[in-house]
Write a new protein. Structure first.
Length: 385
């Protein structure tokens, strides 16, 4: 359950309603479905999840962006279903470039469809040789008489093969480096767009590779200005990065609650293991790290919502601490469960597999370290000179 009181200073009155609606959705709609068995099951469920999210009106908080609301939603979804959280995140991520820079027709069709649940969104930036180094994209979009011709290969793309549209980033001027990257909206049925194969994660998730074989696009497919794609993509990731931290907090909360309940019921040496000091030390560390994460998350989200613009430093701190500490919290939960904690059907084992990608996607922990250090050095030098 989401603890609103501990982060209340960062919230507005309406956020309580958002949290209650998200938790009710997770409890009443998601919980009865259980967890997906495998990748094929996850792909099958994804469409249903998109539709249910639309009915519940949860994606609307991304357009216009209410970051605190999105964090509350992801925290609630991740607590109950990491897959549903992933799908929600992609609905927001895939539609945000269009919401930010798209024309009226693009916004009405694609953003409106993502919010209503009629369309499933995808975000295609990562390539085999371009992960954190987005400026090194090799996908190319060449100008033609009638529009654009897109050619390239994208990998590790969530919703690959099942999304109705993708926000795709490609170079329109290779010599210009990151200033030559543009964004395009590509529908799933575009001739030349191929989904070759699924990529299997340790946790069920619809992931795969996309190939663009001279995909012909009209001029209307360009999102925003030519050459503005890098800035648009970075702003999108920057604005939603804090929600990744919130998802990590949701998973960590579930692990903490599962481990606490188990420690109170599991008896060894004639008493509940919760009475053992080493178990208490783990629980104390778990509670403290989770509390610190949530304060960082909602402080960053509050700053974004109230000040606007880019808030890279607090967002980076929130993502780094929340995802890294969630990994430790869930690992401690597995340890508290002992042998039962590594059974595939156990909740904590499922969380153990689900949390790991969060330290990588939408900005690796290593990149967050760089952002934080550079931000601190800049602030320190400004104060002392």
């Amino acid at each position: 359950m989401i603890d609103l009181e501990s982060v209340a200073p960062f919230l507005e009155p309406h956020h309580r309603d958002v949290a209650e609606a998200a938790q009710a959705f997770a409890r009443d709609v998601l919980a009865p479905q259980g967890q997906p068995k495998d990748d094929a099951d996850a792909r099958h469920r994804a469409r249903w999840i998109v539709q249910e999210l639309g009915k519940a009106g949860l994606v609307k908080h991304a357009h216009p962006l209410d970051l605190r609301a999105c964090c509350l939603v992801r925290e609630a979804l991740a607590f109950q279903s990491p897959l549903a959280d992933d799908i929600y995140a992609l609905q927001c991520l895939g539609s945000t470039p269009i919401a930010s820079a798209g024309n009226k027709a693009q916004r009405e069709r694609f953003v409106g469809g993502a919010v209503s649940g009629d369309l499933m969104a995808g975000f295609a930036m990562t390539e085999p040789d371009a992960g954190s180094d987005v400026a090194s994209l090799t996908a190319r979009a060449k100008k033609t008489r009638t529009g654009w011709k897109l050619h390239g290969h994208k990998t590790l793309i969530s919703n690959a093969g099942i999304a109705d549209f993708y926000s795709v980033f490609a170079s329109t001027d290779h010599e210009a480096g990151h200033r030559g990257i543009s964004c395009f909206v590509v529908p799933k049925d575009a001739p030349g767009l191929f989904f070759e194969k699924a990529q299997i994660l340790s946790n069920p998730h619809p992931l795969g590779e996309l190939f663009f074989d001279d995909v012909e696009l009209p001029d209307e497919a360009l999102v925003g200005e030519r050459g503005a794609g890098f800035k648009l993509g970075m702003a999108t990731l920057d604005s939603l990065r804090t929600t990744v931290a919130a998802a990590a907090a949701g998973m960590a909360t579930r692990a903490l609650e599962e481990a606490t309940a188990w420690s109170l019921s599991r008896k060894q040496f004639g008493a509940p293991i919760a009475e053992l000091q080493l178990i208490q030390a783990k629980l104390a560390r778990m509670v403290t790290e989770l509390s610190a994460s949530r304060l960082l998350i909602y402080r960053a989200a509050h700053e974004k919502d109230t000040q606007g613009g880019r808030v890279s430093l607090p967002c980076a701190m929130a993502k780094l601490h929340a995802t890294e500490s969630a990994q430790r919290i869930i690992d401690d939960a597995v340890q508290i469960f002992g042998g039962r904690g590594v059974l595939a059907e156990s909740v904590v084992d499922q969380l153990y597999r689900a949390i790991r990608p969060l330290r990588i996607y939408e900005g690796t922990s290593e990149v967050q370290h760089l952002v934080i250090a550079r931000g601190w050095l800049k602030a320190f030098q400004a104060r002392t000179h």
